[in-house]
Design a protein around this ligand. Structure first.
Ligand SMILES: *Cc1c(COP(=O)(O)O)cnc(C)c1O
Length: 421
């Protein structure tokens, strides 16, 4: 039994978390909490979840020793938990499968989700196709324009993508629209949230589904460390990037009781933590209520959410999961910032030195490991959660490098049969 038992029965992690939602959603949230409580420890549910993860996602994902990088830096051994190898290219699918399985058991044939960069939308559309569920994804109209490959992916998978034209036409507007839909259609609709945010039980439930990442590491690390002649069974440090915080909670949670392992979350410092252009809610934010829970948010004196910035769309969120606010407060986890430039440098480093193209989000975690490793001994180790692959980001990187890889005259003017709208 773990000594760390969070959240409490009302979904609080200390002063954070809880459930701030309109009265119309009280019943839906109550119903969801009851369903999750029922299936959380149900052997049949858990067995099906494991089966899905093994056969559809491809778990367990390997842990890879970045030997060349470690040798070059001359410090701690760096290991990468390869969530980038999952089906759909990131950790998000783990959580989406769990929630879709709950939706089926609750008799809800219609799924809604909101997405910023489109990664959560793609994962949701994927599982809806697999289970034959209706799928509606809300996306800010600005993001629809910026993320057209992911919009097309969702459409190929049979989802309806609804561009949201209100407000700044980005993620927070899509969130409001998804909430509105849920209120109106709650009897037959399940709302799949993509990170450890939202009202209770979402932060706990998403963490639990993602904890498979850290659980696998607990069994994978002893053998890998022994191969390098390292006496410790577990890494000295675990590092993960933090947007909403789900990949970080997934790898942190099984390590919380193992206090010999430092837990470090990496926020997007954008153009610098003091530039006003970043997404570092834990380091530069303050306590407030956002998306149904109390947490750290980026807000001005009047409590208005401020504009966020990051090179990686997946980290560009003005809040953070409430459990991270709590782990920071009790000192169990530390949170640091990595700038756009540092993330980009780490992206190129991993491409050239290890043959792995990482997501720009994950590149933030890699960048911090590259900084930390030289300050440690070669007999120590750092485990990085490589949350996703970088295929989706090569356009961004090419733009920043002034490269136009779509300029392929030889392919222009050709059409093929079989296109479908
Ligand atoms: C969405 C995303 C993130 C950020 O979300 P978290 O909830 O903080 O994990 C990080 N990495 C990748 C690859 C993502 O797609």
């Amino acid at each position: 039994m773990s000594a760390y038992q969070q959240p409490d029965a009302s979904g609080h992690f200390g002063p954070y978390g809880g459930s701030f939602a309109s009265e119309t959603l009280t019943h839906a949230l109550h119903e969801l909490r009851a369903a999750y409580a029922r299936y959380q420890n149900d052997p049949e549910f858990q067995a099906e979840f494991r089966h899905e993860l093994a056969h559809f996602v491809g778990r367990p994902s390997p842990v890879y020793h970045a030997a060349r990088t470690s040798r070059e830096l001359g410090g701690a051994q760096i290991y990468l938990k390869r969530e980038d190898l999952n089906h759909t290219g990131a950790h998000k699918i783990n959580n989406v499968i769990g929630q879709a399985m709950l939706a089926r058991r609750m008799g809800k044939p219609r799924i809604i989700a909101e997405t910023g960069a489109g990664q959560h939308g793609v994962a949701t559309a994927t599982i809806c196709a697999r289970y034959g569920l209706e799928c509606v994804v809300y996306m800010g109209a600005e993001d629809v324009k910026r993320q057209s490959p992911n919009v097309y992916r969702m459409k190929l998978l049979g989802a309806t993508v609804v561009p949201v034209e209100s407000g700044s036409r980005t993620l927070k507007d899509a969130l409001n629209e998804a909430m509105r839909d849920w209120v109106a259609n709650v009897d037959h609709t399940f709302y799949i949230i993509g990170t450890v945010a939202g009202p209770h039980p979402y932060p706990m439930m998403v963490r639990d589904f993602q904890s498979v990442i850290g659980q696998e590491c607990l069994t994978q690390m002893p053998g890998l460390l022994a191969e390098q002649g390292i006496a410790a069974e577990q890494p000295d440090v675990v590092v993960a990037c933090v947007g909403g915080g789900s990949n970080a909670m997934g790898i942190f949670h099984p390590y919380i009781d193992r206090t010999a392992t430092r837990l470090i979350g990496v926020e997007a410092a954008g153009q610098g933590l003091d530039s006003g252009k970043h997404s570092a809610s834990l380091q530069r934010g303050s306590s407030g209520v956002l998306h149904g829970n109390r947490t750290f948010i980026l807000q001005d004196e009047n409590g208005q959410i401020t504009e966020t910035h990051s090179i990686s769309a997946g980290l560009d969120y003005p809040g953070v999961g409430p459990e991270h606010a709590w782990l920071q407060e009790i000192g169990r986890a530390e949170y640091v910032g990595i700038t756009d430039q540092e993330a980009l440098d780490a992206f190129h480093h991993l491409c050239r030195t290890e043959g792995i193209i990482p997501a720009l989000e994950s590149s933030h975690a890699v960048a911090y490991a590259l900084k930390l490793a030289p300050t440690m001994a070669p007999t120590q180790s750092i485990l990085v959660n490589l949350s996703g692959r970088g295929d989706k980001d090569i356009g961004t990187v090419a733009d920043l490098s002034g490269v136009d890889f779509y300029d392929r005259p030889s392919l222009r003017g050709h059409t093929v049969k079989g296109g479908r709208e």
